[in-house]
Structures are given as structure tokens and as C-alpha cells.
Design a binder for this molecule. Structure first.
Ligand code: TXA
Ligand code: MG
Length: 334
């Protein structure tokens, strides 16, 4: 892999985290690991730095960013509890206490201090408290609030390793903190709490079954007609590999040749397999599959395969989030 000389991939030790925090405070962008995927960070209160995030990612300005925090006290500086609908303050508390720090992003009424560019002019703000220790240390030292989309060009595969980020942005960003491979492997679940009831805008690292358990069954799911509000980044074509991707149902045999890569969900269901077969998990465990989802797509995409055929997951647990990504990644391109 060839990186521009400008890029530094630095081990995420104390010294480099301090260096990265200083860069963020100066308005420079830094890529860093979280438990979900790598983020492209900027000081959440520096509008010029935020504008650079959109530019580097080639991200449309209508698509708002998630603000990452590393202490619960910071939440109060970002969101306006007084504008929550009846009963929702209690819901915020329940979710925050059960899941944060972790892969859940909450959409909440925004305080005016949050720059409009971060929220794409919306009157809501997306907030997440990651559980990755490197992310937490960096955010704390950088002032407490770091806006970070996934560190990939808009629409492309999310990065789960530092070298994925370097391949995308090697000539555009100064520092990538290397924290190894991301543990969850898919992005956070985005849950809108600004309406009358919790509404899932993006499936992700916390599954709907778990959310329903915490909210006492109260949950509106994405893609249903009663969806409370739109998530601008939730476009039909997203997370795309460069190679054309086709999906097949679990247990079916894909109609493809040896020059095509085939991605199965579980190795133990396919004891006999060719060199062109890849597996998301050994025994069909959803968390294992999610953890290597983007990793495998990056690997296959870099190989000499003509097309990719991927088996759908079961629609339970993180399988639903995997299927959502597969569906978007296979959306027909022009
Ligand atoms: O796991 C993650 O969430 C990663 C890591 C780096 O934390 N970040 C991430 O950010 O996936 P990004 O920008 O790739 O996706 C953020 C999603 C987008 O779909 C965006 O439209 C949605 O969150 N979003 C952000 N603010 C919103 C808002 N105010 N209302 C509705 N959707 C919002
Ligand atoms: Mg993204």
C-alpha cells in the first residue's frame, strides 16, 4: 500500500494521544479508533475544522455529524432537555445508563451553542459516548466534544483498521491514531429521541431486541411507514465496495463462477468450499460476523475478483444491521 509522505500512522500510546488532542485543538483533523469503526475527528465547536471534514470526505452538507463525548456532564452542553417530549427525558436516562459508553448514538434537541454545520442545520444533535479507551482519552484531552463521521469517503466501506483510513486519506490528513482492529466492526445504532417515541434511524452495534428491552418495548423501527424522522445519511446506496455486489438468501447456492468471491455467513454450514469463499463467522455468531464485516469487504475488494456474492444474515440481533449494510452496499450503481 502506498501512503503519501504526509500521513503519520501513530501507535495510540499516551504520547501520541496527547499529540493528536493538540492537533484537534488547533483545528486539524485526526483519525482515531472507536469500538465501532474509525472516525475522522474534528473539534465539535470549530466550524472551520468541521467544514474540512465535509470537504475531505466529500460528504454532502445536508448530512449531519455525530458529536463524541467522553463524560456524561458534556451531554448537558449539547442538548436541550427542556425541548424533549413528555416522558422522553426518562428514556434518555435509561438508555444512557444502560448502554453508554457504547455503540449507541442518540438524536436529541440541540442547544444553540452547537455549530449549525455539525448538525446540517437540523434542530437536533447526534451524540455518542464511545467505550474505546483511546477515543475517550483523546476526546477528554481535546476539550470534551469531537465531531467524527466514519473515516471513509462518503458512500464507501467504513474503516475498521488504521491502514484502511490511510488508503482513503493518506494525502489529506496528518495523523491517524492506530488502535488496531475495531471490536464491534459496524457503526453505532442511531436512535432518535427527539420525537414522541424512540425511533431507530440506523441499525448498528446495539440491536433492536436490546433497545426494546431497555425501553420497555417502546421502539419504532427504521424502514416502517411510521418512521418519525429522516436520517439524511441513510441513503439506499452506501457502504459500497468497488466491485459489484449481489446478495443471496441464507442456505441458497449463488449462481457465480470461480472468478467471483463468495461471502458466506458461517463457515460450519459450508465444510466443503473453494478458494473463492470467505466467511464472516465460524459458527454463525452475529457479533463475530459484525466484527469482521468491513474488514472482509476491504480484503475482497482489494483482490482480483470480478464480482462479490454475499449471503444474507438472519434478521435477528446484529444480523439485521449486517443485512441493512448488505442491502445498501448492493444497491445498483450507474
Ligand atoms: O459508530 C459510529 O457511529 C461512527 C463512529 C466514528 O463513531 N460514526 C459514524 O458517523 O458512523 P457517520 O457520519 O458515518 O454516520 C452518522 C449517521 C449518518 O447517517 C447521519 O445522517 C446520522 O448519523 N445523523 C447525524 N446527526 C443526525 C441528526 N441530527 N438527525 C438524524 N440523523 C443524524
Ligand atoms: Mg459513515
Amino acid at each position: 500500500m502506498i501512503f503519501a509522505p504526509k500521513t503519520v500512522i501513530a501507535a495510540a500510546n499516551d504520547e501520541n494521544i496527547a499529540k493528536a488532542a493538540k492537533l484537534l485543538k488547533q483545528g486539524t483533523l485526526v483519525a482515531f479508533p472507536t469500538e465501532t469503526v474509525y472516525g475522522l475527528g474534528a473539534d465539535a465547536f470549530n466550524s472551520a475544522a468541521l467544514a474540512r471534514v465535509f470537504e475531505v470526505k466529500n460528504r454532502p452538507h445536508f448530512d449531519p455529524l455525530i458529536i463524541h463525548i467522553a463524560a456524561l456532564e458534556t451531554l448537558g452542553a449539547l442538548y436541550d432537555a427542556a425541548r424533549l417530549k413528555k416522558g422522553m427525558e426518562n428514556m434518555v436516562l435509561r438508555l444512557v445508563n444502560s448502554i453508554w459508553p457504547g455503540p449507541l448514538t442518540l438524536i436529541l434537541p440541540k442547544k444553540s451553542a452547537v455549530p449549525d454545520i455539525a448538525t446540517a442545520g437540523f434542530n437536533t444533535v447526534a451524540v455518542r459516548f464511545p467505550r474505546h479507551k483511546v477515543a475517550q482519552a483523546l476526546i477528554k484531552q481535546a476539550g470534551g466534544a469531537v465531531a467524527a463521521p466514519s473515516a471513509n469517503p462518503f458512500g464507501r466501506l467504513s474503516p475498521t483498521r488504521a491502514d484502511h483510513v490511510a488508503c482513503y486519506f493518506g494525502d489529506k490528513i496528518e495523523l491517524i491514531l492506530d488502535g488496531g482492529q475495531c471490536e464491534v466492526g459496524i457503526e453505532s445504532t442511531v436512535l432518535d429521541l427527539s420525537g414522541e417515541a424512540p425511533c431507530v434511524l440506523r441499525q448498528g452495534g446495539i440491536c433492536c431486541e436490546e433497545l426494546r428491552r431497555i425501553t420497555g418495548g417502546m421502539l419504532i423501527e427504521v424502514n416502517k411507514k411510521n418512521r418519525a424522522s429522516a436520517s439524511p445519511g441513510n441513503l439506499p446506496g452506501h457502504y459500497a465496495p468497488l466491485k459489484p455486489l449481489f446478495l443471496f438468501e441464507r442456505g441458497e447456492a449463488p449462481e457465480c463462477g470461480e472468478e467471483d468471491a463468495v461471502l458466506f455467513f458461517s463457515r460450519n454450514e459450508h465444510p466443503k468450499h473453494g478458494k473463492n469463499c470467505f466467511f464472516l463467522s465460524e459458527t454463525g455468531i452475529d457479533t463475530e460476523a459484525a466484527a469482521c464485516f468491513f474488514e472482509l469487504f476491504h480484503k475482497i475488494d482489494a483482490g482480483n475478483w470480478r464480482r462479490i456474492y454475499a449471503e444474507k444474515a438472519s434478521n435477528t440481533g446484529l444480523g439485521a444491521a449486517i443485512n441493512d449494510r448488505l442491502k445498501r452496499a448492493s444497491f445498483p450503481r450507474i
